[in-house]
Design a protein around this ligand. Sequence first.
Ligand SMILES: CC(C)(COP(=O)(O)OP(=O)(O)OC[C@H]1O[C@@H](n2cnc3c(N)ncnc32)[C@H](O)[C@@H]1OP(=O)(O)O)[C@@H](O)C(=O)NCCC(=O)NCCS
Length: 164
Amino acid sequence: MITEKRDHARDKHRRSPSVQVWPVVASQIPDLVDIAAECFPDWQPQSLDWLVMIDVAHIWVAIEGDRVVGFMIYDADNDYVRLRSIAVTKSHRRHGIAREMLDTLFAQRIFARIGQVKCRCREDRLDAHLFLKSIGFVYFGLEHRAYPGGETAYWFRLKPEGQS
Ligand SMILES: CC(C)(COP(=O)(O)OP(=O)(O)OC[C@H]1O[C@@H](n2cnc3c(N)ncnc32)[C@H](O)[C@@H]1OP(=O)(O)O)[C@@H](O)C(=O)NCCC(=O)NCCS
């Protein structure tokens, strides 16, 4: 089922040939920070925990020309990969760029080894919920007061192919 969804999504979403997904380099951090500020309303420039995570997290950027148009951040626990954040700048949404970034994650050895991916997102981020569901993620729980403003988080997971 998940496989079908992934294949379907891959068929539907052909990224712009000019968009590439690469590990971030230091000179791209300001663009990444700008996209984070645009996409996450409660993000503050001083909330540089993103950057502190660089040493432990994997940070990838989607690039069009020399412009960063999206990013994803993930790290790994013992039994799952945690997708900490994924975002695409507003002008470039619905072009398959987030899907392409997740395909990059699915191609990593860490995903092949662990298989399961989890992520949480704010309950009011309908766009993100629909995106995750389109990939094959399923909702499995709530986390109350998950964010500094007290908002609830929805948890989603994508299981390894072949598991129900
Ligand atoms: C969620 C987000 C990353 C999706 O990025 P994107 O590059 O636009 O997503 P894609 O183009 O790869 O979308 C793939 C599919 O997901 C679904 N989808 C994505 N955004 C959607 C939306 N706003 N409404 C409905 N479905 C949506 C669709 O099925 C879409 O396929 P389609 O365009 O052929 O209908 C982007 O909307 C974003 O940055 N949101 C703000 C940040 C955020 O909430 N991040 C998630 C935190 S976990």
